[in-house]
Design a protein around this ligand. Sequence first.
Ligand code: NAD
Length: 263
Amino acid sequence: MKPEAVFNVKGRIVLITGACGIVGRHFTKVLSSNGANVAITDLDEKACQSFAEEIKKEYHTDPLGIALDLRKEASVKSCVTAIIKKYGKVDVLINNAVVKSKNYFAPLEEYSLEEWKEVMDVNVTGMFLCAKHAIPHMKQGSIINMSSIYGIVGPQKEMYEGMPTKPAPAIYSVSKGGVVMLTKWIAAMYGDKGIRANTLTLGGVSEHQLGGNDFEKKYSSRTPLRRMTTLKDTTGPILFLASDASSGMTGHNLVVDGGWTII
Ligand SMILES: NC(=O)c1ccc[n+]([C@@H]2O[C@H](COP(=O)([O-])OP(=O)(O)OC[C@H]3O[C@@H](n4cnc5c(N)ncnc54)[C@H](O)[C@@H]3O)[C@@H](O)[C@H]2O)c1
């Protein structure tokens, strides 16, 4: 076997949540350009279908664009049923969706319980629901749960002073920290069934920042690689985790953050 063959995902069936978001679109393109058939799921069915058309034209794969609302178990169940009807299995589950509620950046003392629950429902409970309904259709395979630097370290308060952007709220950190443990739990319990689960943790993605150039400069200056994470930085890691290249790895947290969390 040629060494690069271990990265082969041709024909693999991938279920990705939040596929129409900035990171989800990139992952979908990376895996499709390597021959995977991706079930493109997100809240807006039309957006999923039109993205699926785009992917089909560009990469000549067999994608499926389908609505999925992680807040509703019935929606997760029917989405997985439709995926199984089309492909018969799930090889890779990428739990990527994330929500920003209405008063997302409100201070802790003013955070409403409803909003706290809303974010938790999507960011963690949604992952549980996808795992619950997809695992019975995974003979073996890989689950990739998305986390963030703020799921493993606290926010840098001073970095946000005078900036147009604010630190992610406590619920983001709590939910993303929860992802790391959900991953370890699944890895421990399903390894003997050939199912691997790993977390992919990203640093602040350059293409996604609302903080402008000054924020990017500040962020970069306290990062060993002196820059924010880019979508391109995530290309190798997602292919690695989705393919047999990572076959000996489960329960791990792969951190792609330019070194932000080591200092
Ligand atoms: N962008 C960054 O700087 C960054 C940094 C670290 C980690 N991450 C992680 O990467 C992942 C993707 O982030 P992103 O920046 O692409 O986010 P994004 O906001 O661009 O996309 C998130 C997607 O999730 C979807 N979504 C929201 N609520 C949903 C629901 N109820 N059901 C189904 N889908 C729902 C949205 O419609 C959206 O398309 C997240 O898990 C995030 O924590 C991102």
